[in-house]
Design a protein around this ligand. Structure first.
Ligand code: ATR
Length: 273
């Protein structure tokens, strides 16, 4: 039986095993998919062991995405652009290929939600791993303007420079009350630290908002946005499911139907509130 896993730290609450097992049943593929706690210190040994024992693929979450990118002999363009990987595939020639499906997951979810970025004014908050992984896909949607605001300006500038050849991204040093955006995407981890990104709350008015985290971790931001006139505010559960579908496609060459999983998990998540 083909063996897959998701690795990270912490990892025990990951929904990836449920998502991948559901896709596999749907596509009639025999596989096991477990979660494994792997730390940056144990990464090389654990991943070597997994692949030597016949493992076929890994999903990789924080804090291991840069290590996964550096581990692989081959990398896809989108992983190269991000400098980080969320998917490793063991190839028939015994090489490991790194991919990054986070950006595709985000854009696919926005499409499912009926949110178009094409020709729109988009504000991306944050310049860490989550922002890096999705900027290429956001640019691919050809927004009219794409701004990045980050607590540490130098990190945002570095990100902008890395993506300069793929499209135009502007640094937004601060937000003021006259500014408006069609879509605001939160890629910061500020909520995990009990704080809000440093933006003027008036920018939410009339915008569709999105937090890349899901469940309780997304709620401080989505509630704040809605309380200040956002048209809608979504969490990143759909992104998680759609990035998993893109990883599944890479491993099995079959596009799973995400609709039943989206329905199932949005119900479970709603019940656990
Ligand atoms: P990574 O994703 O690279 O592991 P992270 O520490 O989780 O990094 O931070 C992700 C993003 O959230 C970064 O843009 C970070 O801003 P900085 O570049 O200034 O560190 C942002 N972030 C984290 N904590 C924050 C806070 N308390 N307020 C505002 N932004 C924050």
């Amino acid at each position: 039986m083909m063996r897959f896993a998701v690795i990270g730290d912490p990892i025990e609450h990951s929904l990836s095993p449920t998502i991948h097992k559901t896709f596999a049943e749907q596509c009639d593929i025999d596989l096991t998919y477990e979660h494994m706690r792997v730390t940056p210190e144990s990464f090389d040994d654990d991943v070597n062991e997994f692949f030597s024992a016949g493992g076929r693929g890994l999903n990789v979450t924080q804090p291991l995405k840069t290590l996964a990118f550096n581990y692989a002999e081959l990398v896809t363009d989108r992983a190269m652009n991000a400098g980080a990987a969320n998917t490793l595939k063991f190839l028939d020639n015994d090489m490991v290929c790194a991919d990054n499906t986070d950006g595709e997951g985000l854009v696919q979810d926005l499409q499912e939600l009926g949110v178009s970025l094409n020709g729109k004014r988009v504000l991306l908050l944050g310049a860490g791993g989550a922002a890096r992984g999705s900027l290429g896909a956001l640019l691919g949607e050809q927004p009219e303007a794409l701004f990045i605001h980050n607590r540490t300006e130098a990190t945002a500038l570095q990100l902008i420079n890395n993506y300069a050849r793929l499209g135009k991204v502007d640094l937004l040093e601060s937000t003021t009350s006259g500014m408006s955006f069609d879509v605001i995407i939160n890629a910061t981890s500020a909520s995990l630290h009990g704080v809000r990104p440093d933006i003027n709350h008036t920018v939410f008015k009339g915008a569709v908002c999105y937090d890349m985290m899901y469940g309780d971790n997304a709620r401080p931001f989505t509630k704040w946005a809605l309380a200040n006139g956002a048209l809608a505010a979504h969490d990143g559960l759909g992104m998680l499911i759609e990035q998993a579908a893109a990883s599944f496609m890479l491993w099995h060459d079959i596009q799973p139907d995400t609709a039943p999983v989206r329905r199932m998990l949005s119900q479970t998540q709603a019940h656990s509130r």
